[in-house]
Design a binder for this molecule. Structure first.
Ligand code: GLA
Ligand code: CA
Length: 794
């Protein structure tokens, strides 16, 4: 028998590519060791994935178990199967399992092994993406905050032995949970991903190799490994040939274009889109994101016709409960709590029109012997009549013990991971107004003098200053800082919270750095909130508000927070996440399994004062109601850019190809303000302009860091149909773009954006990426570039 297996294996091996051979050899060893047990295998064949030697098209959907209450795990897996999936793709978030260094938790809601066993029990396969970095709009992309206690920490890098040691240790713990569930050992895990989209961050193949070795050492030594990147950056680094290379891209992509280079470099590899973005995530203060069914289904069909495996990111997004939401940058844009994602299965687990469109398509492309699953019964939804809050606990009357510090420090240094922190010190008397400058607020601060609010600072708008009125005697200064998500993507991922550097007070030009701080930490766990002293009154400043409500039956519901300001909510001890009046999310999902018949408790921490301290439970969510605030449009009413007295440094014409274009100026030009002006579009009748990404090159051929960039003018931004804000030009996301208005009438050419680069540079050229989906609307043809050391006239 053994000989037969060997002979078969070697025949196959001779036929398949080198990549496949590595795996076949692994199979061989596996087969010998476990010949008596029933084992399966999953390998790379000639342009096909092979399940037990037979071609297998992966139709996966992504689910994040921490974003789904445990009691609903099975329901969501069954929904995926009913949509036509045969595989579930999952992330693990390191920071969820190791909230405190060296204390690992894989129990209850964090029991990933149970989740993977449920997948298998439902007759599906599993792809595991353990990180150590994940992204996923999750706090710090899944990296633990306590890494930031090390002042010079480097993440996603081999250059920091601390990071490598800690991430290796974490992966070992994951191995203890999941390595026995590899398909070769009788489990359902067909692939394990190494890192995540590393090509969008670095070029160090050695780091990826070291991380691959850590994954192997964790016990994932039989299963097929993979990695994922974008078509524009997957070749930025190399990995061991046995690692399958896959690509990520969004709804409406041009499939042939996406795989063009890949096919040249890996002619015999199977093709997979490991994240096909079904929708997109939402940021506070920005329009709700959707992706149309047509464009989404169109490219999915293109993949099916070409036998390209895929994973839908997200198939069902769920909810980023608690403090776990992340942020993108630049500019700093924190994530809302709902992770509905405009996915085919909505936040509450219901099928949407997109779901049925997927199912109708996929039933035509099943692997031999496969059947689409049966839809599980829908979960109950309930309404909750108006709850009135009468008890509150004033934040400043409930200060925890202070920690003293001479100079100011971020909250990590006080051993605090999330939540709020209040910094208190004394101000000397002054008869004139002064300016308080904070470098930097992460992420939103309320400034009080003797308990009276004098202003707010919002990191999203790169603010750092408030006016301080004259004070007659020594005054108490309180800076209450509220944190939103840690940056989960790109260069800005080292994102300490609270106040990161210093606080200065300016009288005219004279400045003084403030010291001798008392610091008060307000963590996010329920125990802490429950200990506040509540009184029967409405607090008039930052406070906790508490109410009980009675239910005769339980069910999923959406709490309407639209009369509240900014903060966090706990229901029966569960932290259900952040809210913020600016939207677009106005309701918060509460799973029925966290409610009970009889008395329930709800605590709201509001950092401002609610318009009305009442709340209702709704049957449907409101995730698309934006309350326009100053951050929404960059052009002020009536403002107009005047370029009449400046001469363009370049007049050019873009081609109509959807790729990055490198453009050199005739002469190196010194400047801080960069203006791209579009005068015509590629499509005849199109009046709009769109740009996906822009980078500027200095005299040494380096791309200037975009971290300090700010759009100071855009003649028009489409903010109704979607988030096509001008700052989409440098958010490092190739699938997002600025587009001038097209809903309710277009604005005529020319279209202009002006970026403040943050400092003067010697500019040699720039790189430009047009919108990169199939749609050509907004692609620029004729353009002018203006560069100036001082702001343009407007
Ligand atoms: C990338 C990442 C994912 C997620 C998506 C956007 O593809 O790999 O983790 O952040 O972007 O939703
Ligand atoms: Ca972009």
């Amino acid at each position: 028998m053994k000989k037969l297996i060997l002979a078969f294996v070697f025949c196959v091996a001779a036929y398949y590519s080198t990549q496949a051979q590595n795996n076949i050899e692994k199979t061989n060893i596996g087969a010998i060791k476990t010949a008596s047990v029933q084992t399966s295998d999953f390998t790379l064949g000639q342009n096909e994935f092979l399940l037990n030697g037979k071609p297998f098209l992966i139709r996966a959907g992504e689910l994040h178990f921490p974003r789904i209450p445990r009691a609903y795990w099975d329901h969501r897996i069954k929904m995926l199967k009913a949509m036509g999936m045969n595989t579930v793709c999952i992330y693990l978030f390191w920071n969820l399992h190791e909230e405190r260094m060296d204390s690992f938790d894989f129990s209850g809601q964090k029991d990933v092994a149970e989740f993977v066993r449920l997948i298998q029990a439902n007759g599906m396969y599993c792809i595991v993406r353990p990180g150590p970095y994940a992204c996923a709009e999750w706090d710090m992309g899944g990296l633990p905050w306590w890494l930031l206690k090390k002042k010079d920490v480097k993440v996603r890098s081999k250059d920091d032995p601390f990071f490598m040691e800690r991430s290796g240790k974490y992966l070992k713990e994951v191995g203890k949970q999941l390595s026995s569930l590899q398909i070769q050992k009788g489990g359902s895990i067909i692939m394990v991903q190494v890192e995540n989209e590393y090509g969008a961050f670095g070029k160090d193949g050695d780091y990826m190799e070291a991380t691959r070795k850590n994954v192997l050492a964790a016990g994932f030594d039989r299963v097929q490994l993979m990695r994922c990147d974008w078509s524009s950056n997957f070749n930025n680094y190399q990995t061991a040939p046995s690692v399958a290379v896959t690509l990520n891209f969004g709804a409406g992509s041009d499939i042939d274009k996406q795989f063009e280079l890949f096919k040249k470099l890996y002619p015999s590899a199977p093709l997979m889109c490991s994240e096909y973005w079904t929708g997109w995530f939402d940021n506070w203060g920005r329009p709700h994101e959707t992706r149309s069914i047509n464009s989404f289904i169109g490219s999915l069909k293109d993949m099916m016709e070409r036998r390209i495996s895929f994973s839908l990111y997200m198939a069902h997004g769920g909810t980023t409960f608690g403090q776990w939401g992340g942020a993108n940058a630049p500019p700093y844009s924190p994530m809302v709590t709902s992770y509905d994602y405009d996915a085919p299965i909505d936040e509450q687990g219901r099928p949407t029109d997109k779901f049925f469109a997927v199912r109708d398509l996929l039933k035509n492309y099943l692997n031999p012997g496969e059947k689409i699953g049966v839809m599980p019964t829908a979960l109950e939804v309930i309404e909750i009549p108006k709850i009135t809050f009468i008890k509150s606990a004033n934040l400043f009357e409930n200060l925890p013990p202070a920690q003293k510090s001479k100079s100011i420090m971020p909250m990590e240094m006080f051993d605090q991971g999330w939540g709020r922190i209040n910094y208190r010190t004394n101000l000397t008397a002054s008869t004139v107004p002064r300016k308080l400058v904070i470098t930097d607020v992460h992420d939103w601060a309320s400034i009080f003098i003797n308990g009276k609010l004098v202003g707010n600072i919002d990191r999203r708008r790169a603010e750092n200053t408030v006016q301080i009125p004259p004070v007659s005697r020594d005054a108490v200064l309180d800076i209450l800082v509220e944190t939103t998500g840690r940056v989960n993507f790109g260069e800005a991922i080292i994102d300490r919270k609270g106040i990161t550097q210093k606080v200065e007070i300016f009288e005219g030009d004279r400045s003084e750095e403030l010291t001798e701080w008392s610091c008060y930490s307000f963590p996010v766990d329920y125990d802490f909130q429950s200990k506040m002293i509540f009184k029967n009154e409405h607090a008039t400043g930052p406070a906790w508000h508490k109410a009980n409500f009675k239910l005769s039956k339980t069910g999923d519901t959406y709490l309407d927070l639209s009369t509240w300001s900014k903060g966090m909510v706990w229901v029966n001890g569960h932290n259900i996440g952040r809210f913020w009046k600016i939207g677009p999310q106005q309701t918060m999902f509460v799973p029925g399994v966290w409610l009970k018949k009889g008395i329930n408790e709800i605590i709201v921490l509001d950092l401002e004062v609610p318009i009305q301290s009442t709340m209702m439970g709704l049957k449907r969510p409101v995730v698309d109601k934006i309350v326009p605030d100053a951050s929404l449009l960059v052009r002020k009413n009536g403002q107009k850019l005047d370029l009449s007295s400046v001469i363009p440094v370049l007049k050019g014409k873009f081609d109509d190809q959807k790729n990055w274009k490198d453009i050199m100026l005739k002469n190196i030009t010194i400047g801080r303000y960069f203006c791209l002006e579009a005068t015509t579009s590629q499509l005849d009748k199109d009046m709009t302009s769109a740009i996906a990404e822009l980078q500027v090159m200095d005299a040494e051929n380096h791309m200037i860091s975009t971290q300090k960039w700010k759009v100071i003018y855009a003649d028009s931004e489409e903010m109704t149909a979607a988030n096509h804000a001008a700052d989409r030009i440098y958010d490092n996301q190739e699938s997002t773009f600025w587009q001038s208005q097209y809903i309710g009438g277009t604005v005529p050419h020319p279209h202009q954006v002006v970026i403040d680069l943050g400092a003067e540079y010697q500019i040699k050229g720039f790189r430009y990426l047009p919108r990169s989906d199939k749609n050509k609307s907004g692609m620029i043809k004729d353009y002018n570039i203006y560069i100036s050391v001082s702001p343009f006239k407007m």
